[in-house]
Design a protein around this ligand. Structure first.
Ligand SMILES: O=P(O)(O)OC[C@H]1O[C@H](OP(=O)(O)OP(=O)(O)O)[C@H](O)[C@@H]1O
Ligand code: HPA
Ligand SMILES: [Mg+2]
Length: 179
């Protein structure tokens, strides 16, 4: 098997949308500070781009969770690989993710963070696949709703590849033997 990547959302579209999201989020937190919790590894590209578009004071921390490993299907088990460095009690926490798919990762993570008593807790995702949800997750800010296709780029990987692509693309698997 080899794979091809078809562009789904161009670099220009992604960056234009992130600017819009930055304005909306800055408006919401006006007069307050926001503490971004970036979800490694996938969320890091979107976090950097979004953070540059926020006009309110920003602080930043990272948490690493994983449930896909090298598969295109969720294992169903969310593993914490790295916890936050700092406490979030009393902070306005905005979780920044690349994608909400089955919802398992974010449902687990939001419950986990809620128990640490932040002042507020909201979720921002670049991509959302609403039709794939197996667990309810409330998303406050969505960049794009996309269909049920496995996507890469802008932080998202297939077998750890393509995270650095500046656009969002769909992975198309090609059977070498069928050629
Ligand atoms: O809604 P879900 O079905 O839970 O899927 C979404 C999660 O899956 C991916 O992470 P992954 O577990 O692949 O780890 P990674 O970010 O390190 O690639 C993605 O970055 C989200 O965190
Ligand atoms: O569509 C996807 N692509 C890459 N990683 C993912 N993790 C959940 N859904 C996806
Ligand atoms: Mg992830």
């Amino acid at each position: 098997m080899s794979e091809k990547v078809r562009v789904l959302i161009s670099e220009e579209e992604v960056e234009k949308r992130i600017c819009e999201m930055g304005k909306e989020i800055s408006e919401y937190y006006k007069g307050e500070e926001v503490h971004l919790v970036s979800v490694l590894r996938g969320g890091v590209f979107f976090t950097c781009q979004l953070a540059k578009r926020l006009s309110v004071p920003v602080s930043l921390d990272f948490m690493s969770v994983s449930s896909y490993g090298n598969d295109t299907k969720s294992s169903g088990v969310v593993k914490v690989i790295k916890d936050l460095d700092d406490a979030i009690e009393g902070k306005n926490v905005l979780v920044v993710e690349d994608i909400v798919d089955s919802g398992r990762t974010l449902s687990y993570l939001l419950e986990n963070l809620k128990s640490r008593k932040p002042k507020s807790l909201r979720l921002c995702t670049l991509l959302d696949k609403p039709e794939c949800r197996v667990t309810d997750v409330h998303v406050d800010y969505t960049g794009f709703q996309i269909p049920d296709e496995f996507v890469v780029g802008y932080g998202l990987d297939y077998m750890q590849h393509y995270r650095n692509f500046p656009y969002v693309g769909v992975v198309e698997l090609e059977d070498e033997a069928a050629k």
